[in-house]
Design a protein around this ligand. Structure first.
Ligand code: H2B
Length: 97
């Protein structure tokens, strides 16, 4: 069992992850990405998906054409945990934007 971040820890993480916000309703870190077209979006989702799977942590996400929305939450913790912060950092490394 993994613990959720405390409010202070979450705020510290958000201070550092400037591409991400907190979606309180979904208890998740949230980032929106826009790329050139659908093919680019698919390519990026594959790259992110491979990295996520290597970390055994998986995004909730949605795609419409060139737009990708990503929510990172830890189901085992019922909220945001260090695993989401680590995956957010990895996603930012794959696609700084
Ligand atoms: N991804 C996310 N986002 N949250 C989890 O709690 C989670 C996961 N748990 N990927 C992992 C897989 C767990 O089911 C396996 C067994 O490690």
């Amino acid at each position: 069992m993994i613990s959720p971040l405390t409010t202070d820890e979450l705020n510290a993480a958000l201070g550092e992850l400037h591409r991400w916000s907190h979606d309180a309703e979904r208890r998740a870190l949230y980032r929106e990405i826009r790329v050139g077209d659908f093919a680019e979006a698919m390519g990026l989702m594959i790259r992110i998906g491979i990295e996520a799977d290597k970390m055994d942590h998986h995004p909730e996400w949605a795609n419409v054409y060139n737009r990708i929305e990503i929510w990172l939450t830890t189901h085992d913790a019922g909220n945001v945990s260090v695993r989401d912060v680590a995956l957010a950092r990895r996603i930012d490394a794959v696609f700084p934007g």
